[in-house]
Design a protein around this ligand. Sequence first.
Ligand code: SAM
Length: 322
Amino acid sequence: MREKTHAAQDALALGFERTGVLKSMDEKETQIIPKPYLASPSMTKDVLERHHFAWQKKYGQNFLIDPGILEEIVRAAEITEDDLVLEIGPGIGTMTQYLCVYAREVVAVEIDRMLIPVLEDTLQGYPNVEVINQDILKVDIAQIAEEKNQGRPIKIVANLPYYITTPILMNLLEKRVPYESITIMVQQEVAERMQAGPGTKDYGALSLAVQYYARPKVMASVPPQCFMPRPKVDSSVIRLTAREEPAVRVDDEQLLFRLIRASFNQRRKTLVNGLKNSEELNFSKEEIEQAVTAIGKPLTVRGETLTLEEFAALANALGSAG
Ligand code: SAM
């Protein structure tokens, strides 16, 4: 058996109860795993100092230090002991410890190789976690679901690095990664955009893309003091529950999203002008006007007032024109 590392020793020496009962799938035996102990400023500082950790600003590292919020995230994600959970960006493993207690198995993907020895230390004693040192954008998540969850949908949980929230999310949604839900900490303003409806200031391409693939629901607001270091903005936990089918039927999905992007690229223009001026589209003004009329809208309509259903109808009308 490997020697216990400092953090694990400290956790026990400090008298943390060992709870968290896990049924090992292979050995069919009951294992005892440590109670999560990292979620405090002093424990986080201690682990970081012991490992001489150098913050990588470019990776958006804001570690959670509030146990209440961590419990809320796990509750919001509705994790059960049947679940395979993918964690994006485990950091020093604070949330990972909670996930290990509640889930059957956890796969944690961390880009910063300096955090790998830290995770080996802090996840010592948790037998149901695999850490992968990789950029999440390069990981084949479908393969993980196939190998570790017999292809069944997985749950994804993350305190996302804010510099790359949208690319990570769009990658998950567009690639049709098999997920049941995605529960993520994001900037509050981004969470509001995901939930926004037509005609509001937050409504845009992100709202429509998220709502096409999933049902978003903000689960909690999180102030800066729950993190180390503190971000400059407020945060929210949002859960995206996968839809079995996209929210609307459309003949050409790529055309739908090109139309959406073109409409919001030029917010103050009419929809007709926005689509006409787009470099991504190649329709004549007449074709666009006919399609806008066909979906029952005036030629002066602005793109930001259209619902997802109306964008889909427009895509179908233009698709048959082209
Ligand atoms: N989950 C930890 C917590 O809540 O304390 C850390 C969250 S921190 C906001 C984001 C983490 O994602 C960092 O550990 C960072 O190094 C990692 N990260 C940043 N970009 C990543 C990427 N492209 N792929 C995987 N991990 C990434």
